[in-house]
Design a binder for this molecule. Structure first.
Ligand code: NAD
Length: 320
């Protein structure tokens, strides 16, 4: 598997990253042993970076991941977790909770440091607090040797931009914003690059919408968008190629992202995604599917506090 340098760090990441949300039953109840095995097979086949959070399954994903990683050489993988979000509507961005949360994650994961800790879903918080309290608390943990790099995650790019403009961040994780449905992150890449903030790409399958199985019930996109995706999935299947293959190949092909995290729940998904990720998308099918999706292309759903998403992408070289 191709390795790519995460800009501004000493980390080399596999082009395909393991998204651990499904290990927390976020996409339906999974077989625990199959989840553990999925992680091990991914590591054996060259995936070297894993993203998790205490929020996924309310600590379940970290617990399952901890079982998967037991006995694996710590230097063989890059481990990213998060702080700040703990339930659907449970957030705590205080410095005290940052410290206890990281300690709890270390315990569940069975490791003595995390490579990256990200403030989870910042659009739901008070951005002033995140800038003045949450991120500085993470830098203190970095200085204490518990974590190596500091980042933030979220859906509205304006929220990620306004925090990155005010406080140094090693990474931002953006999800569902570079998929067949929406490529809005592209407008922000020069801005983050100028600040030395690397962009991690996540959810190439638009959280299940771009799969034959379809989106889970909780998916935030409106019905019209999901129905359009379902039509695209049927069409792609009729052409003899699953939509998830095209979606993953499209998303992971962008050279700006060191890795693209896809959520995986079992060994079969891991093996298929690893086989697909290094091949280019089929251009003809890509054009046909993009035409089918065009009516809903670029739709973005509301997420978090509206006042946190007011920034527009500044032009390269301009001020923020
Ligand atoms: P995704 O777009 O990666 O889709 C995951 C779904 O697709 C799961 O149901 C999975 O079982 C299924 N899938 C994977 N490979 C498949 C295949 N080959 N065939 C059919 N189905 C397949 O969405 P995601 O998991 O939400 O996102 C990826 C990861 O990115 C997450 O697991 C998480 O680690 C991270 N993420 C972070 C945030 C955040 O920080 N706010 C938000 C979203 C995602």
């Amino acid at each position: 598997m191709e390795l790519r340098r995460l800009a501004g760090t000493d980390l080399q990441l596999s082009k395909l990253g393991f998204g651990a949300a499904p290990l927390g039953d976020v996409y339906g109840t999974i077989d625990r042993a199959a989840g553990v095995r999925a992680v091990r097979v991914a590591l054996d086949l060259g995936v070297n970076v894993i993203d998790v959070s205490p929020y996924y399954g309310r600590t379940l994903a970290e617990t399952v991941l901890g079982k998967s990683l037991a006995g694996v050489d710590r230097a063989a993988y890059v481990l990213a977790s998060k702080v700040g979000r703990y339930g659907l509507a449970e957030f705590d961005f205080t410095a005290g909770r940052v410290r206890s949360s990281v300690d709890e994650s270390l315990g569940r994961l069975g490791v003595d440091y995390l490579d990256l800790v990200q403030v989870h879903d910042i659009e739901f918080g008070d951005l002033d607090q995140i800038v003045a309290e949450t991120v500085p608390a993470l830098y203190e943990l970095r200085d204490a040797g518990k974590i190596r790099y500091v980042g933030a995650t979220g859906y509205p790019l304006g929220a990620l931009g306004s925090v990155a403009a005010r406080v140094p961040l090693d990474t931002v994780l953006s999800y569902c914003r570079y998929t067949l449905l929406d490529q809005a992150i592209e407008d922000w890449l020069p801005f983050f690059q100028e600040r030395g903030t690397a962009v991690l790409n996540a959810s190439p399958l638009a959280m299940g919408a771009l799969t034959a199985r379809g989106a889970p019930d909780w998916h935030p996109a409106p019905r019209a968008v999901l129905e359009c995706c379902a039509r695209a999935a049927r069409f792609s299947g009729e052409q003899g190629s699953p939509l998830e293959k095209l979606a993953l190949q499209f998303s992971a092909a962008h050279p700006a992202f060191a890795t693209t995290f896809v959520g995986m729940a079992d060994e079969q998904e891991v093996r298929r995604n690893i086989a697909w990720v290094d091949q280019p998308p089929d251009d003809r099918l890509l054009a046909q599917v993009r035409a089918l999706i065009a009516p809903v292309h670029g739709y973005a759903w509301p997420s978090g506090r509206p006042e946190n998403d007011v920034m527009v992408p500044p032009r390269a070289g301009g001020s923020a």
